[in-house]
Ligand binder design. Structure first.
Ligand code: PBG
Length: 336
């Protein structure tokens, strides 16, 4: 690389002296087109139930989600990612409710597509919102079984796409699920449905508040702060090369888009994945990242809007094409 010139002839600060020149030379920018709105829905009548560990986020009823989809359309947010909180009585060890075409996810998807057909709807493919043990897969003798789970996930994805979901996003980290989902979709004429694979998803403490959001707090002793132990399927935070292996398998199996999760602590992974595969790559700013910003801002320790925008821009700088974030509607409002 040619860094022409030496001080005092070269003065990098010349390029920072006023806003017009900073705007002119800025390498990366954040826009509404970069946002996927992470949204929690619930199956009760209350329009919005606040999530304590995520101030500003509420679980929305199906009607509330339809209204939110219209809001997304107005704000220009391209897509919404839906996560369900279902009534505990509907949960069982097998997560059977995941395969109910009349269940919460499918109902919400239909309502949102009716309300705002121009907004892309993404759904999570995993069993954790539906199992009473809170794991993403099927438990047999204390182990999460891979291949049996994959069969259920493929069925779940097909049901979601038939309800109108545009993107299925397997977040379970079972081996071989992207290929199985692609085959199931194509076998039923759903070859246009997109797959965004949670290709590199780490076993992370940052998912804590999400436990409260979807009511899967039992895992790990019921504490919101303890996201439980998914280390036999989610990736080890010490690994980086392994992310490339995971991604390459998902790409070979038919993933259209890739997702790295969590976000900010894994920007190095975003960069490596983008550089290695040059495919649409997204980052998930997860519940714990959101909660930390909100908590520090509530204490007056950071400026919320500034830090929110700075973190979202950091994803772009790291190579992400977009960000799944609970901040999406607020960020969109400040960007327009
Ligand atoms: C699980 C799933 C999780 C999230 C999205 N899908 C939690 C987990 O893997 O344990 C986390 C989202 C967040 O923390 O915002 N299928």
């Amino acid at each position: 690389m040619n860094y022409a010139g030496k001080y005092p002839a070269a003065r990098p600060r010349r390029l920072r002296q006023s806003e017009w020149v900073r705007r002119l030379v800025r390498e990366h920018c954040l826009g509404v087109d970069d946002l996927i709105w992470a949204m929690i829905v619930h199956d009760g009548p209350e329009p919005a139930i606040p999530v304590t560990a995520m101030p500003g986020v509420a679980r929305l009823s199906v009607a509330g989600a339809a209204e939110a989809a219209k809001r997304a359309a107005k704000l220009g947010i391209p897509a919404i990612a839906v996560f369900p909180h279902i009534d505990a009585v509907k949960k069982d060890a097998e997560g059977r409710e995941a395969l109910n075409p009349g269940g919460l996810v499918c109902t919400a998807v239909r309502a949102m597509k009716d309300a705002a057909p121009e907004v892309g709807i993404m759904v999570d493919v995993a069993l954790d919102p539906f199992t009473d043990h809170g794991h993403d897969g099927l438990l047999r003798d204390g182990r999460i079984v891979n291949d049996e789970t994959v069969k259920v996930l493929a069925e779940q994805a097909l049901i979601q796409v038939k309800a109108g979901a545009d993107i299925v996003a397997p977040s379970d980290m079972m081996d071989g699920r992207v290929g199985a989902i692609r085959a199931a979709l194509d076998g039923e004429g759903c070859q246009d449905a997109l797959i965004m694979s949670y290709a590199a998803k780490y076993a992370s403490g940052f998912y804590g508040p999400y436990r409260e959001a979807i009511g899967s707090g039992k895992l790990g002793g019921g504490s919101v702060a303890n996201p439980g132990d998914k280390r036999t399927y989610q990736m080890d935070p010490g690994n980086s090369d392994e992310a490339l292996r995971e991604v390459s398998m998902d790409v070979a199996e038919g993933a259209d888009m890739l997702l790295v999760k969590p976000g900010l602590p894994y920007l190095d992974i975003v960069r490596r994945v983008k550089d290695a595969f040059a495919l649409p790559t997204f980052a998930f700013q997860v519940s714990g990242e959101y909660a930390m910003i909100k908590a520090a801002a509530a204490n007056g320790w950071i400026e919320e809007e500034r830090v929110m925008l700075e973190t979202l821009l950091a994803f772009k700088r790291a190579g992400a094409d977009g960000i799944v974030t609970y901040f999406a509607p607020v960020a969109a409002e400040t960007l327009v």
